[in-house]
Design a protein around this ligand. Sequence first.
Ligand SMILES: Cc1cc2nc3c(=O)[nH]c(=O)nc-3n(C[C@H](O)[C@H](O)[C@H](O)COP(=O)(O)O)c2cc1C
Length: 356
Amino acid sequence: MQPDKLFSPFTINQFTLKNRIGVAPMTRMSSKADSVPRADVLEFLIRRARKGAAIVYTEAIVTDYESAQGYPGQARLLTQRQIDAWRPVVSAIQKEGAVAVMQMFHCGRMAWPEVNPAGRVIAPSPITPEQDNPLTGQAYPVPDEMSRFDIEHVIEGFVETARGAVEAGFDGIEIHGAHGYLICNFLSSYSNQRTDGYGGSVENRFRFAHEVIQAVRKVVPEDRLLTFRISNWGVADPHVSLFETRDEYQHIIKLLDREPIDAISVSTHGYSDKAFGTRQNMAQITRAVTQLPLMICGKIYDRASADEALEDANIILSAKSILLNPDWVEDVKAGKELRLHASAEANVAYTDEPLL
Ligand SMILES: Cc1cc2nc3c(=O)[nH]c(=O)nc-3n(C[C@H](O)[C@H](O)[C@H](O)COP(=O)(O)O)c2cc1C
């Protein structure tokens, strides 16, 4: 009999994950003015660890008080009070035998002024997504083109947030470079039309990500994880391919491979979807140019899809299935018949209703 890869351990940096299943980062928009998530939202993460997930990502934590926030009710990890709120959650996740990772983001051109205390919207170039903001029903505001000062200031926000996470005891930090938010805005020519050292060639578009990673790694001890999330799609204009060709995407991955990171997390609309007009999926295209540990996410909902997704990656992450079903890991292990959930079903994530 073949060994059960999905439920076999995997070592990454100094951590041995007990299986290959993780909770994907999920924003819940439950924080009040103090930028601390609701108690039941924090307990949800602990419960997913107790129910068998080997690695648990937080929601996307906002990196500053000026321009980083993209949605109402997001959380921060910049003040002692915020750090103190997360510390017991992190240690409870660890006591359940799981690894706790904080994901952080700056939303870039996806912001709208009202959700940011300083009211700014900034991005590499003054270009908006084509679609309207579904939460406001209005066009996204034209962002200010980031100055050198803005770039350094924003990097400081990533560094300070990483320090907050280290202080709160997190095992790892994830830099969110996916989904059409700030780092992704720099990586993609769809949103980056700069003519200075941060735009134009792939190397130049990668420069901002490089500077963020380098600055953050300095405050994240060697024995804690630093992961980077990437996607070829954004939440606005979701059908646009953010990288024009497989070569361009693989060039970015090769640049990431040289960085001091412990894993790459690839987010897709569907793990098995073929990408860039090729016969390969995103995990295969990524794996072809890096030996870094690879996480894959997107429409993994039952035993068969989990096993298949794991053929080209080391860890699978689930969002909707694990959000809606507290017993998902056990159900997958038992090979139970499970169904794919529609996006609208995940809207319970944003209600005041505590989830099981
Ligand atoms: C409620 C909800 C919130 C999400 N928030 C985030 C987030 O904060 N950061 C992120 O990288 N992805 C976020 N995502 C995307 C998921 O991590 C995942 O990539 C996507 O849902 C596809 O996985 P699935 O098919 O298992 O749901 C969110 C998804 C959902 C459903």
